[in-house]
Design a protein around this ligand. Sequence first.
Ligand SMILES: [Zn+2]
Length: 400
Amino acid sequence: MATPKVLFLIADGMGDWPLAELGDKTPLEAAATPNMDELAAMSLMGTIRTVPPEMPPGSDVANMALFGFDPARYHTGRGPIEAAAQGLVLDPDDLVWRTNLVTIDDFAPSALMRDYSAGHISTDVAAQVITDLQEHLGNDTFTLHPGVQYRHTLVQKGGAVQPEADILVRPPHDITDQPMDEDFAAFASSQRLYDLVRAAFERMQSLDSGAANAIWPWGQGRPLILDDFKKSFGLAGAVVTAVDLVRGLGRAANMAVLEVEGVTGLLNTNYEGKVAATLDFLQHGDFVYLHVEAPDECGHSGIASDKVEAMQRFDARIVAPLRQALAGQDVVFVVTCDHYTPIVERTHTHDPVPFIAAIDGVAPNHTNTTFSEALANQADIHLDAGHEFLPWLLDRIHNR
Ligand SMILES: [Zn+2]
């Protein structure tokens, strides 16, 4: 049988734990998701350990694994993935930092991290801020590059062989409303890095920067190098996403990066545009990694009803129209997430993620008529290494 088209529909941060306010259901269970339920009934179901136990449960690690690349081998940091998205030209010894625009209470270790996203600052305002900071604070060592919304890049020339390569600054979304003492100690271990972060804070007092009043460099590493996706897996692939880290993975693997107007990474994203771009690519391509960020953002904000809504929109405006448009064609549908972002934690966890995979001609391994974390945990397919999921799936497809 010919190789079918393969669609990965990724609801970032979808996985969650039962919540009292949702009647002891998870957001996925509480949401009305008739299209995923229908798909689940005809799918293989199970879990994937997308993040190795010894690595932090970030979208960078987890998405890289779902693309079929072993994070233990390829992952150098989050900054490098986003730099790949921006097409930055880098030297092998450069150190690339993901840099958030954030809101902090004060420039002091005991002050609190208020908002890792600076009030979800717009890309336009953020670009003005980063450009201003680069003009006034950039130097031979440090260069700031504007990215999307609150996500930017700081390149430290030759930094991969400097002490800064080993500094551990926590992701700002992990320390919402917490003191920043550990991180200030980390910044202060490099005088030049500390000076840059402090100078940015001081300059932003007088800038029209919305809620943003500080930069937060973290997730640093050497430039990212991945293998060619088509050579590795035999599929001409593309990514559709609002976030630079998924773009970066796609670009580094020589996949097409389909740009869609009006994607935001939030509940109000351009779902229809993402679906249209996906269908267009599948006319000639084989594989689309369609990523929706909203469930993760809702998990970070800790608002259960928003996360329920995010799953309902994902079901009604991503899953439904794609299934409708591709009905009768040999298309493998996979629905999963990169990691859990439990509402009660407001950050990511290591829980193995639930997946469904509908392959024409492959019988389900269960009798469920809905899709949930609990049902996936009870099923009998559990992949212990995330990067083995795609090869495992292709094996199921080729042996059907
Ligand atoms: Zn997240």
